[in-house]
Design a protein around this ligand. Structure first.
Ligand SMILES: *[C@@H]1O[C@H](CO)[C@@H](O)[C@H](O)[C@H]1NC(C)=O
Length: 184
């Protein structure tokens, strides 16, 4: 390469690099978004722990991030529901009818919350703010109902683990609420 070419090529590639990175930085990143939600550390860890969140680029569109956090929460709810069924309802420890009934209702509420969250995503895509708010509220109520059911028999629960999972799910949902409000 002749020296003149070299003189131009280096600053030019530097410039291209710079504009590329400023383009990346123009979009909000996950850390910045998570700083604005109520459960910050959980927000970051939920993105990092999930296979869905791990590959989301920092410069992803805000709507995509909102959609991903909803999917992460639906998957989490699905795991919570599975654990409620397999380790408690069909688990080795016999339950009193009262406790069994509460777990059963709690599980149904979690399953309903998953459906509501899917509807939030659809509403977001079609920019239906009203539906988005309605379904979001319904999902929150579902998880609150589940929590209330278990709280009533807290002393009789064979294991606190599933109850704690419900609480984490509720916190994830709180983050979803905040993020959807930001971008929805
Ligand atoms: C739900 O997500 C949180 C945050 O990533 C995680 O700590 C928790 O273990 C998940 N719950 C279940 C039941 O997988």
């Amino acid at each position: 390469m002749n020296p003149i070419m070299n003189n131009v090529a280096l600053p030019l590639s530097f410039f291209i690099c710079l504009s590329f990175f400023s383009l990346l930085n123009a979009a909000p990143d996950i850390t910045k978004i998570c700083e604005k939600v109520r459960h910050k550390d959980l927000c970051i860890s939920s993105f990092k722990e999930s296979y869905l969140g791990r590959y989301v680029l920092d410069n992803a569109e805000p709507e995509l991030l909102a959609s991903v956090i909803i999917k992460i929460t639906v998957n989490n709810a699905s795991d919570v529901s599975r654990n409620l069924k397999t380790t408690v309802l069909e688990g080795p420890v016999p339950l009193t009818p009262e406790v069994r009934a509460k777990y059963g209702i709690c599980d149904q509420e979690v399953v309903s919350a998953m459906k509501e969250l899917d509807k939030v995503r659809t509403a977001m895509e079609s920019r239906n703010q009203k539906k988005e708010d309605l379904n979001m509220k319904a999902a929150v109520t579902n998880i609150e109902n589940c929590e209330q059911e278990l709280k009533q028999v807290e002393g009789q629960l064979p294991d606190k683990k599933q109850f704690e999972e419900v609480i984490v799910l509720k916190e994830l949902l709180g983050n979803v609420e905040d993020i959807v409000k930001m971008f929805g």
